[in-house]
Design a binder for this molecule. Structure first.
Ligand SMILES: C[S@@+](CC[C@H](N)C(=O)[O-])C[C@H]1O[C@@H](n2cnc3c(N)ncnc32)[C@H](O)[C@@H]1O
Length: 289
């Protein structure tokens, strides 16, 4: 069983709290500046069972979700019902051609990027998102994305990082989750990246297809700061307009730098100068000479 292939369980454990939704709303207001959310098009490139796009759909935004897991896609469609939403099965490295921009906002806070296979995948994902984003004013849209910045010498305290439940699971039953970090592991990644090993322990009673005890373990990519900086420059360009501590639901500000840890970044998809802007700059430069 994978948590991602059991959408009821995923939503029971990871539906965002009121505090986190309030923090995300404040971030979006600050950077996207949309007073009227109903005019926004919002995309989550790894949407799971609509945990975040449902939040924006509830506020009237037109939302699009992509996920590689068919059961998550099915559940997301079910939860979104007849709201203005499209959810498609696909890969965040190369979103399906049916997904057309522009979007003012992309939202992907829960380190889905960590599931990618390496630098080539992350580069493809960033470039694809950059192409899809544009604000209603015509300049760059924004990408709110969670990821981990770790340096080669960094160590992580091994232990529990999240606990939830017992909670009622949609569709019936009760379940409890403990998530532990097993630290940064050297998995001999071909790109030299290190991964954080995560273990979920789930206890479940009366949940269809689950239990009573499930152990699940996976590795999430982490990025040295310099690597992240190159990725953003070469597959955009992106400007980091905001950095928050992703381990605190109040999302306090955090300095982005080497070893910043689990962060929530707001990236602006900067667009290359248009030919008229380039001509203008050229004109000014010519005048000066
Ligand atoms: C941590 S969940 C995030 C769900 C949602 N974005 C949220 O923040 O709650 C990660 C999701 O990424 C999806 N995923 C993993 N690799 C993917 C890929 N290459 N393309 C699209 N989705 C992917 C998984 O199926 C899973 O639903």
């Amino acid at each position: 069983m994978s948590l991602y292939a059991n959408p009821s369980l995923y939503r029971a454990f990871f539906a965002p709290s009121v505090e986190l939704r309030t923090s995300i709303d404040a971030l979006v207001r600050k950077h996207v500046g949309a007073k009227d959310v109903t005019k926004l098009r919002v995309i989550d490139p790894a949407c799971g069972p609509a945990t975040w796009i449902e939040h924006f759909a509830d506020r009237g935004a037109k939302v699009v979700g992509i996920d590689i897991e068919p059961k998550a896609v099915k559940a997301a469609r079910l939860h979104l019902g007849d709201r203005p939403a499209t959810v498609v099965e696909g890969d965040m490295r190369q979103p399906p051609a049916s997904v057309k921009g522009p979007f003012a906002l992309a939202i992907n806070p829960d380190n889905s990027v960590g599931h990618l296979g390496g630098l080539v995948d992350v580069a493809a994902h960033l470039a694809a998102m950059h192409r899809l984003l544009r604000s209603p004013k015509g300049d760059g849209g924004h990408y709110v994305v969670g990821l981990a910045v770790r340096e080669p010498g960094d160590e992580l305290d091994v232990g529990t990082v999240y606990e939830r439940g017992p909670v009622e699971v949609g569709g019936g039953g009760l379940a409890a989750l403990r998530t532990e970090t097993l630290g940064l592991v050297d998995v001999q990644h071909p790109d030299g990246l290190r991964c954080e090993r995560i273990r979920h322990t789930i206890l479940a009673v009366g949940v269809e297809g689950v239990g009573p005890i499930v152990l699940e373990q996976y590795d999430l990519l982490t990025f040295p700061f310099a690597t992240l900086r190159s990725l953003l420059a070469e597959n955009g360009p992106w400007t980091v307009v905001d950095c928050r501590d992703a381990t605190d639901e109040a999302l306090p500000r955090k300095r982005l730098g080497p070893g910043a840890g689990d962060v929530l970044l707001t990236l602006r998809a900067d667009k290359a100068a248009t030919s008229s802007a380039r001509r203008l700059r050229l004109g000014r430069a010519t005048k000066k000479r």
